[in-house]
Design a binder for this molecule. Structure first.
Ligand code: SAH
Length: 213
């Protein structure tokens, strides 16, 4: 598949749609205008790639709606050079947005097929996270902690304590919490023991997978 001026036009349209839905962060909108989302999904969905829709990727997983990706990216308030842990690499589209925001990205994926596919694919587009990790997001990444920001892109049945513990003071954890539907939940770390919690609306994600034994 190629990237053409037609795709570029569709991306500009998508950015307008997201703006109308409440995305105002210009860096996030510019990332949406730049990243060739049609290359992240199966070619059979290509004609819909720039609609605000989710699509199946490999291993029964989905690429999130562009609005969801843009919303999470906006709420994270990523600043250039910040260390960001992403749980749920999936197609790598959210990873690409974080890289466009100049974050130093560590991305964990639980499904080997997706880990392999996306860690080969993203660098071909010039997107290079600091690390791709095949592992369990419930544990976070203790050896690289603390992080400025942690983003979870699968529905978590509960908030993993390890993730809160791996945040810098002043850091943000953004995690959709719930079973069938999730409440987008933001935790701000105020001090070693204090967290401020904000609930930011209902979303629908694929479930965060439990540890395999
Ligand atoms: N943000 C990505 C993926 C969304 S789907 C995109 O838009 O493409 C959620 C992803 O989280 C899936 O790839 C799934 O395999 C992964 N995942 C689920 N449980 C996980 C866990 N415990 N640790 C790490 N990744 C997990």
């Amino acid at each position: 598949m190629r990237d053409t001026t037609k795709h570029q036009g569709l991306r500009n349209q998508l950015a307008k749609v997201l703006e109308a839905k409440g995305i105002y962060d210009i860096k996030v909108l510019n990332a949406v205008r730049k990243i060739p989302r049609h290359l992240f999904i199966d070619s059979s969905f290509e004609s819909h790639a720039y609609q605000d829709k989710a699509f199946p990727i490999a291993a029964d997983q989905t690429i999130s709606h562009p609005f969801t990706v843009a919303f999470q990216s906006q709420v994270l308030e990523v600043k250039s050079g910040e260390k960001v842990l992403e749980i749920g690499t999936g197609s790598g589209y959210q990873t690409a947005v974080l890289l466009e925001l100049n974050a130093e990205v560590y991305s964990i994926e639980r499904q080997h097929e997706l880990f392999k596919k996306t860690s080969m694919f993203l660098p071909k587009l010039g997107y290079r996270p600091k690390r791709f990790i095949f592992g369990d997001g419930y544990k976070g990444l203790p050896e690289e902690a603390p992080f400025d920001k942690i983003i979870v892109t699968a529905g978590a049945p509960y908030v993993p304590k390890a993730l809160l513990g791996q945040l810098k003071i002043g850091g943000r954890l953004l995690i959709p919490v719930g079973d069938k539907e999730q409440v987008m939940t933001l935790f701000l770390r105020k001090s070693p023991k204090e967290f401020e919690k904000h609930e930011l609306g209902d979303f629908k994600f694929v479930p965060m997978l439990k540890k395999k034994n």
